[in-house]
Design a protein around this ligand. Structure first.
Ligand SMILES: [Zn+2]
Ligand SMILES: [Zn+2]
Length: 173
């Protein structure tokens, strides 16, 4: 993993509650489990709250590589996250029961790191259905030809609801 989405909150911590910092970002990110095809861009609003900093990211956009569910061609999916919000604490508040979901301000560098929460949001926002185009004809389940490139003479089979390509796709991965 390289740089990550990290913001310096030193000044913000020294200011009063309700003070905000606004940023635009465009940062290349690397994840082990996500095939990033572009940098991640978006806007960040950091606000001083009593316990630390509230970080709100909006209009986050990136391209992620995948495969068309129908013809298996490699494609880039545009992923948008309209809004995500996390609180970063200076100290562990007594009312928090599950510290695994809790984020902290780095006490040495006075920075917050949004890389891991962003990774989780990307996975939640990844399209369930990936297609290269709405008109993709897919691969013929009988002869295996890409019907976008070549017509075949096989009798069409309805594949909705039960996708014979699922097995083929798993083999190709
Ligand atoms: Zn396709
Ligand atoms: Zn065919």
């Amino acid at each position: 993993m390289n740089n990550g989405i990290v913001f310096d909150v030193g000044k913000l911590i020294a200011s009063g509650e309700g003070v905000r910092d606004l940023y635009s970002f465009d940062i290349p990110l690397d994840f082990d489990d996500i095939n990033m095809k572009s940098s991640v861009c978006g806007k960040a609003e950091l606000m001083r709250i009593e316990e630390g900093v509230n970080a709100r990211l909006t209009d986050v956009e990136m391209l992620i590589g995948g495969r068309c569910d129908k013809c298996l061609k490699k494609i880039d999916n545009k992923v948008n996250i309209d809004q995500m919000e996390r609180q970063f604490f200076l100290h562990k508040p007594s009312y928090i029961e599950n510290p695994n979901d809790t984020f902290f301000i780095d006490e040495k560098t006075f920075t917050i790191d949004l890389t891991e929460p962003l990774r989780q949001e990307i996975i939640l926002h990844f399209p369930l259905v990936q297609v290269c185009s709405k008109s993709c004809k897919g691969i013929c389940p009988i002869c295996g030809k890409d019907r976008n490139k070549e017509e075949c003479n096989c009798k069409p089979i309805k594949t909705e609801g039960n996708n014979p390509l699922a097995v083929l796709k798993n083999l190709i991965k």
